[in-house]
Design a protein. Sequence first.
Length: 438
Amino acid sequence: MAADLVLRGARVIDPASAFDRVADIYVRGGVILDIAPTDEPLPATHAIDVSGLVLCPGLIDIHVHLREPGGEQKETVATGTRAALAGGFTAVCSMPNTDPPTDRPDRLREVAAILSRDAACIVHPLAAAILDRDPARLSDFAALREAGALAVTDDAMPIQDEDIMARALMAAGDAGMTFVAHPELDVAGDAGVVSDPPLAAELGVPYVGPEREAEGIAAWHRAAQVVTGRTPARLHLAHLSSAEAVAAYRVFLADAVLAGLTAETCPHYFSLTAAAVREFAADAKMNPPLRGPDDVAAVTAALVDGTIGVISTDHAPHAPAEKAAGLASAPFGIVGLETALGVVIEYLVRPGALSLMDALAKMTIGPARALGLPGGRLLVGEPANLTLIDTAAAWTVAPDRFLSLSRNTPFRGMMLHGRAVMTVLNGRVVMEDGEVLI
Ligand SMILES: [Zn+2]
């Protein structure tokens, strides 16, 4: 039986099976038909020569704000998912802090309707753990699971109360969902903006230290100790950014009180420091904030030793007019879908901190396992979702060319090496050389 398509001669890397060799990938009916040595060609209707490129499972980003409904001036499902394909991602998890938030089954179904109409890549919508934006009330996790959510999260509404954290872990465990926590505790009252005291003073904006994040992780750790053994709870900690957070997470991991505990960091936390706000102002403002060189080193070390197994973008688009409000009052967040892979290769792979296989693991099988998502590996009979990467391609970040509706990035003008040059979704080439074909 002839394949519909063969991608010939790429260096095929599948971190889930530690596979790294030149091979041909055959696709039929949208699924992988065979992964075969190049010297035994099989019949195929259409062939693409991809020699010289790296081929890996379609990248997965479990932390993306698509903004629709309610924030269409920042991003829509159509633009955000096309930005994902351009960045090499075939699947993303969308965050539920839309307007209205996705905190009820009927709202989840409304989001699903938008996705089936407009999404260009696979989207797994996460559900809001907080009901009606009231951090004292939890939504009905079992009903949200029933309506299709694979995980729940307190994104944008970090839970402050340890009793509620414990209840949330119990409910998520009972419903068979991972809880994605934003570990941020209001230890000093206000959130602040810049994580470097002299720089905050110089720029006249409030300081925020790493305690917020480290105390948040410690609070989730204590909540986990309360529920241990009572339910198979799985917790995923969003965007670790500081040495203190990494240290608190190491203690939590060593305690082994949960059925599953994972954590992510984002490209900006291992590549930039707080100094970026001098040049990029509000385009370098996110939560948690950029930290110092020691934090960059600690986050990188945790990626290298495997403590942090997931790299996500926290893609958080904001319209130019919103970011123009200035460092103190502009909203938090930066876009990341179209720069993530380049930053990972430039800052982790090229300096030799991580092998390409280990780096790609944190963007494929790592995130899939953390949230129990399909994909993230190359397997005969599974959907042919593939990313082809030119690891040597030198390019300059030009936000004007983003497919995202927003431009808020502190990587503007940076020269990076490595980018996705082709994205294949269900056996179909949907992105080539930055151009999305659907
Ligand atoms: Zn977020």
